[in-house]
Design a protein around this ligand. Structure first.
Ligand code: IPM
Ligand code: MN
Length: 356
């Protein structure tokens, strides 16, 4: 069997400890499945600003362009808050997404029975909710033309442009339809078509694209209403497809409904190697203390196996192992309650590996 190359980018803050824990799990599952993985380490974000003066060095770019998949921790932190906007740590993530053509970001929000109690919502509202957010990732206002500062009629102003083309919209809607076909077959397209021209095009293209998928049911929802429906009736959703900015906001909201942002993985995919990362940030306040929850990153390795390496059984094994460890009462400090067993980041990684 050929060797598959995985580039690990720990990033900043808790990035190092969570990717280390996840690698222990990935190693174990690879051994069991007879899969040969070759890991290489790369720098991005604040760590790269400190080493190379830029958030996304050329050597990192060339490594990721020549691998099968990328595992990323998190980037950013107050240390780099005052650097100039064009070398902010976040630029590394945006640069990686653009360089690898990662136009689709999949964020599955599953409310496991074990964690229902952690949701800020009542159990009867959230129990059983299972949503897949499909966020457009290389277009829209994130990548549109922008102006940091200009003067018009003697007043300073700044602006960002939201632009979507028909191919950008149709490919992300196709991705959502294909995902929905393996789920409950329902796609909710989220926009602000009552105000924005780009949203009216989005709605029109979504309509036309879904017509090619027999059995997929499409409904449209304004983003403000969607934010409200997510807390009122999260169980009504199956797949949500939306723009880069709306997807960013709605996925944080949905994650916290599921009990903890520390548990949610993500896959960013396109035509080349995929990038896998938890959806939380670098949490510099708890970095290096073994307090971080590595499960979002561990579950991201399951997505890596599924989407980039086509190792479906190995992916399922990781998800099952996480469920078993949680069912036995092991928790990192963020989810710890009296009567359960508190473990460190590293111990959580080892426990999940042991349950594979
Ligand atoms: C995310 C993050 C990023 C985004 C930041 C770090 C640029 O919030 O992946 O959701 O806004 O896309
Ligand atoms: Mn975000």
């Amino acid at each position: 069997m050929s060797t598959r190359k995985v580039v690990v980018i720990p990033g900043d803050g808790i990035g190092t400890e969570i990717t280390e824990a996840a690698q222990v799990v990935l190693d174990k599952v690879a051994k069991k499945a007879g899969l040969k993985l070759e890991f290489s380490l790369a720098y991005a974000g604040g760590a790269a600003i400190d080493r190379n003066g830029v958030p996304l060095p050329e050597e990192t770019l060339s490594l990721v362009k020549n691998c099968d998949a990328v595992l990323l921790g998190a980037v950013g932190g107050p240390k780099w808050d005052s650097v100039s906007p064009d070398i902010r740590p976040e630029k590394a993530i945006l640069g990686l997404r653009k360089a690898l053509g990662l136009y689709a970001n999949l964020r599955p929000i599953r409310v496991s029975e074990i964690l229902t109690d952690y949701s800020p919502l009542k159990s009867e509202i959230v129990a059983g909710a299972d949503i897949l957010i499909v966020r457009e990732l290389t277009g829209g206002i994130y990548f549109g033309e922008k102006c940091e500062s200009e003067t018009a009629d003697g007043v300073e102003q700044a602006w960002d442009k939201e632009l979507y083309s028909v191919p950008e919209i149709s490919r992300i809607v196709r991705m959502a339809c294909e995902a929905a076909a393996k789920r409950k077959g329902r796609v909710t397209s989220v926009d602000k078509a009552n105000v924005l021209a780009s949203s009216r095009l989005w709605r029109r293209v979504a309509e036309g694209t879904v017509k090619n998928y027999a059995g997929i049911e499409l409904n449209h929802m304004y983003v403000d209403n969607c934010a409200m429906q997510l807390v009122l009736a999260p169980k009504k959703f199956d797949v949500i497809v939306t723009s880069n900015l709306f997807g960013d906001i709605l996925s944080d909201e949905a994650a916290v409904i599921a009990g903890s942002i520390g548990m949610i993985p993500s896959a960013s995919i396109g035509d080349g190697p995929g990038l896998y990362e938890p959806i939380h940030g670098s949490a510099p306040d708890i970095a290096g203390q073994g307090l971080a929850n590595p499960i979002g990153t561990i579950l991201s390795t399951a997505m890596l196996l599924r989407y980039s390496l086509n190792e479906l059984v190995a992916a399922d094994k990781i998800e099952q192992a996480v469920d078993k460890v949680l069912a036995k009462g092991y928790r990192t400090q963020d989810l710890y309650k009296a009567g359960l067993t508190k473990v460190s980041t590293e111990e959580m990684g080892r426990l999940v590996a042991e349950h594979i």
